[in-house]
Design a protein around this ligand. Structure first.
Ligand SMILES: Cc1cc2nc3c(=O)[nH]c(=O)nc-3n(C[C@H](O)[C@H](O)[C@H](O)COP(=O)(O)O)c2cc1C
Length: 325
């Protein structure tokens, strides 16, 4: 398949693995890229720019194909060393960066000077237009279904993608709720030129997370995610568990007076225990509604090859079959 996204990033298939905290390590990113998609290392999971430098070098030993790095611009006052992370990215010849969170404008010149293509993840058409205006090369349109931070507008992809198609000139991929060939073909039909998957890529053989995490995704249905931190306007879609129920009870009890400090125990620094040690009730961790569509743990190559083969069947058999003679 050839789309503006495959051309932009020099990849074989229009499938991207979104940055994921404590999941997007070298092993996963390299496996996705090696399978013809765009694998992405999560920048901020690496504690320092030096660590990111090492992680990128590790991924490059595993694949010669293009890989990307996610830079999430957090809404916090003491910012991580973003210029240092960008030095590690450009110093290693990385040509794809997925930005997310706050506006990446101040960091774009350095990335562009070094030939890096930037795809910004947005949950609203107005943010996508802003990304286009400041010079991003593409956007990832993240619907309300998504694992992680869906924003505060609650617009699902069935509406958000065609809305984005109506407004944008730069190419975009669908993100949130994407799992298989049906997702890809539907995304293309709605104007996207590829798809970004998060949760689906956690349940793969190469994802370097504890088996309990993969099993929890396979066991979950589409009914098992919850939205937390809505009162703080930092909404996150997570898999329900004991900690999430405790967190939601606090939100109910404290109402508008709730502060981040009240829920630190359930959200701050919980990822290493969950993802590495498989301590599934340790806290809230991002997971999409798409868990309801995930029933197996394939390799990244099996997953991507299967999606592309099935997409071909949907387009050429099922859809063409509907055309009246
Ligand atoms: C466990 C997990 C961690 C994530 N961490 C990040 C992150 O650090 N930065 C980011 O931009 N997106 C993050 N995301 C969002 C994904 O990149 C992607 O946009 C999202 O998972 C798409 O929705 P899906 O899970 O329905 O595929 C995370 C998602 C998950 C499931």
């Amino acid at each position: 398949m050839k789309t503006r996204i495959t051309e932009l990033f020099g990849i074989e298939h229009p499938i991207i693995q979104g940055g994921m905290h404590y999941v997007g390590f070298a092993e996963l990113a390299a496996a996705v890229s090696e399978a013809g998609g765009l694998g992405i290392i999560t920048g901020l999971t690496q504690k320092t720019p030096e660590d990111l430098d090492k992680e990128i070098k590790k991924a490059k030993e595993l694949t010669d194909k293009p890989i990307g790095v996610n830079l999430t611009f957090l809404p916090i006052t003491t910012a991580p060393d973003y210029p240092g992370y960008i030095d590690a990215i450009v110093g290693n010849g990385i040509k794809a960066v997925e930005t997310a969170g706050n506006n990446p404008q101040q960091y774009l010149p350095k990335l562009k000077e070094n030939g890096v293509k930037v795809i910004h993840k947005c949950t609203a058409v107005r943010h996508a237009l802003k990304a286009q205006k400041i010079g991003c090369d593409a956007v990832s349109v993240d619907g309300f279904e998504c694992g992680g931070h869906p924003g505060e507008d609650d617009i699902p992809n069935m509406i958000l993608l065609p809305r984005a198609a109506d407004e944008l000139d730069i190419p975009f991929v669908s993100s949130g709720g994407q799992a298989d060939a049906r997702s890809l073909v539907a995304s293309l039909a709605m104007g996207a030129e590829g798809m970004n998957m998060g949760t689906r890529f956690i349940a793969t053989k190469e994802a370097p997370v504890h088996q309990n995490v993969k099993d929890a995704i396979v066991a979950a249905s589409e009914l098992d995610t919850r939205l937390v931190m809505r009162p703080l306007r930092n909404t996150e879609r997570v898999l329900n568990n004991a900690a999430v129920e405790k967190l939601l009870a606090k939100e109910k009890e404290l109402g508008d007076s709730i502060q981040f400090q009240d829920i630190m125990e359930e959200v701050a620094g919980v990822y290493p225990s969950i993802m590495m040690e498989g301590d599934m009730d340790k806290g809230a961790w991002s997971c999409g509604m798409v868990a309801g569509l995930i029933n197996d743990i394939p390799t990244c190559k099996e997953l991507i090859d299967g999606i592309m083969a099935d997409a071909d069947k949907i387009i050429n058999d099922r859809l063409k079959g509907f055309q009246a003679a």
